[in-house]
Design a protein around this ligand. Sequence first.
Ligand code: HEC
Length: 159
Amino acid sequence: MKTILAIALTFIAITTTVAANEIDKRQILNINEMQRDHVLTEMRALLTGTQNILDALLREDMAAVARYAGSLGMGMVHKAEDHLKAILPKEFMQLGMSVHKDFDQIAIDAESLKDPKHTLRQLSDSMKKCNTCHAGYQIRVKEPTAQPEMHPSHTHHQH
Ligand code: HEC
């Protein structure tokens, strides 16, 4: 037990002396606080949406599946993504768009085929893209604003 604790403490001591960017080797997306809020708000909507789809699938309510999936489709994008297109890497945007397209397809198929298993397969396949992107990128906020501890509610902007 003592040894384990000693090892753990040593590990903590070592890791805290290593610069943060050497620990997390994923490509850095340098964006500002508002852009970060925009991306992460969309991310949370994706997680909520996929959970809602799973819940609807469980009830075999394919109309609800189509509705939830549709809300995560390309329609979700047009709102405020133009300013991000110029900033974020092309590959990042393409991966993101392809996920939105997947959800449009999931909605179309849920409506027409009404086959929960088919939807599950599509969802599982599409969610590999969530993993691919998360494994490759991290967000770092640049140009800290006048108030470093900006509360999220202050960063709300037009969607
Ligand atoms: C094109 C890239 C990309 C795709 C695709 C993607 N994400 Fe993300 N996601 C990110 C990035 C970048 C972050 C921030 C990661 C970091 O900075 O450590 C993130 C963060 C998140 C977070 C944390 C949100 C928060 O408030 O901190 C959730 C939840 C999430 N993603 C869910 C999903 C789900 C679910 C999917 C797929 C349906 C998905 N993401 C697809 C890039 C992506």
